[in-house]
Design a protein. Sequence first.
Length: 375
Amino acid sequence: MPGHLAAASDDAGGRGAGGEDKARAIIRWRLFKRSSNTTASDGSGDTIDDEHDVDLDAVKPSDFYGPERSPPPPNAPRLFCILGDIENDASYYTRAWEISNRRFARAQKSLGELHLQNKEWDKAREAYQLAVGVNRLSSELWNRLGDIELLLGNFPDAAEAFQRAIATANEKVGGEDARTWSNLGTAFLSWYREVIAEAKARKEKMKADEVHNLDDMTSTKRAVDLGRSASQLLQDSLTAFKRGATVANTNWRVWDNVITIAASLKPNPAFDDIIMGVKSLIRIRQTESALDIEILTLLVREATKSAAAADNGDGSVYCPPRGTLESKIIMLFEQDIVPLITTNSGCWDLVSRLRAWRQAFRAPWMHPRRPGVRR
């Protein structure tokens, strides 16, 4: 058709001049009848049945503000959504939802995004809840709903949404999955903090002999209903962050979260996870600023709490059995941390403390030794 050829030649991309206006005109032509004050200058009349007789270059958006066509075209819900995108009009998303008999999830997704742009958080949440209600296998929709629930502070609902996003992701591996796992960890961590805050507030109203360990208490109605203790929520958060770190193995921020939560577990921190996280941070960042003095102090304190190496009496170097926590901490310091230290005196103090505990004053402590042997 000549009109199409002319439009295609207007730019190198073949889209023609005024691409958005042209799309808007065609969509309005498909959905609406002519405005009462306009006439068809191209002889097309007011029908859409014979599209080949219509000069699309002559179609203008202002010509089609009449009543909706009846019956609507088969793809009317999608066209209404596209028109809503172009004209930034929520009413078209609502119409798409209605005309699809409340089955076109894209309409509620678009409506939700428009509400988010306007910072109408509760309306956005409602829209995405409707969207996942008709498309429960969309990882994208569950993810977005989780983001909104997290923003609103609905941490149990956020955790549920992210778990559903993971379950429907078809084992996809990539940054999006890592983001979902990380957000799930954040939801559990925020829920844990909410539980602790409420438990502490409750403690102030109770007698001392009626208070249980805060880490074993459940709080908030959802936590009670699900039987989740604060310690379980923190463990769930660690599990999620570890999975996210495994998927995005070069994202040091996720590994930093793993370290922080592993160190927060009570009564026993997850030392193996802390060591793995510190090694990963060093591998990724390769800078002295990656070293957290508080975390390293925790490791040295754990390694040196036994007096076994300090009372050998013969000046030999103590080498813990291979595979023990003490051995892992020593290997971390000597092989990964020492080569990285330049000016951090706090780190050197910890290295000195660890070596003094081992009686490693003069020996080449980097050399391998048989487990449990003192030299």
